[in-house]
Write a protein that binds this ligand. Structure first.
Ligand SMILES: Nc1ncnc2c1ncn2[C@@H]1O[C@H](COP(=O)(O)OP(=O)(O)OP(=O)(O)O)[C@@H](O)[C@H]1O
Ligand SMILES: [Mg+2]
Length: 211
């Protein structure tokens, strides 16, 4: 299971560079139940988390669910527990019954899955409460969170993400610095869009994943 909050399968996005960070994140996810990717604005936390989730999701019987609070329409207010429940159901907006943290934990008690709490900063306190409850009451659930700062829970493994490197790392035989490669990828994507009359279409090349 790999779904966005809206219930649509997640669109593919290329991940440029980040080989080491992706490997480190996958290792952390194999070892720890709560892993948080932290770093500055726009540094690539959500994209890296999406790629890691896609990579490990196949090994979990109940797959991956990704939750983002700001999906679902402007001004729409939900609790974090409700957002997770809706993402699980891929529910149509407004039809889900109210779900509290206790209900959600009971529902996930026997699941073996990864819950991705993306961009949690605006609902941080709510998230801390839910994550704490899931760690206690749903032993097969793992959590991958992404935000500016750690959640601050005792069992949390933290991956700090810096900017893309400005020099080539030599990883995978890559000759270009990742930051340069990302710039070129964006130019290529912009050209592709322009050539296709501005319509949205899949990126021209590169590794694609949920994101
Ligand atoms: N390594 C990368 N490869 C390709 N695109 C990237 C990479 N890093 C970031 N981007 C692109 O840059 C933009 C910002 O990335 P992303 O949303 O993952 O950052 P973020 O750290 O989660 O941002 P925020 O702090 O706003 O939550 C997105 O369009 C993403 O696709
Ligand atoms: Mg983000």
């Amino acid at each position: 299971m790999e779904r966005a909050l809206s219930g649509r399968p997640l669109a593919g996005r290329i991940l440029v560079g980040r080989t080491e960070e992706l490997g480190a994140l996958r290792r952390l996810l194999a070892q720890r139940r709560l892993v948080t990717v932290v770093g500055g604005a726009g540094v690539g936390k959500s994209l890296l988390a999406a790629h890691a989730a896609a990579a490990v999701g196949g090994s979990l019987p109940d797959g991956v669910v990704r939750v983002r609070w700001w999906d679902g329409g402007p001004g729409r207010r939900r609790t974090v527990a409700q957002a997770v429940a809706e993402a699980l159901d891929a529910a149509v907006e407004g039809t889900g019954a109210a779900v509290g943290v206790t209900d959600l934990v009971a529902r996930l008690r026997s699941r073996r899955m990864l819950v991705v709490l993306d961009d949690f900063d605006p609902v941080r306190a709510d998230c801390v409460h839910l994550v704490h409850a899931l760690l206690d009451g749903a032993p097969g659930v793992r959590i991958l969170a992404a935000g500016r700062h750690p959640l601050g829970l005792g069992d949390e493994a933290v991956l700090r993400l810096g900017p893309l490197a400005l020099t080539p790392s030599g990883a995978d035989g890559a000759e270009l610095a990742p930051a340069v490669a990302l710039f070129l990828e964006r130019v290529r994507a912009a050209r592709h869009r322009a050539a296709s009359g501005g319509r949205q279409s899949p990126p021209p090349r590169g590794a694609r994943c949920a994101g």
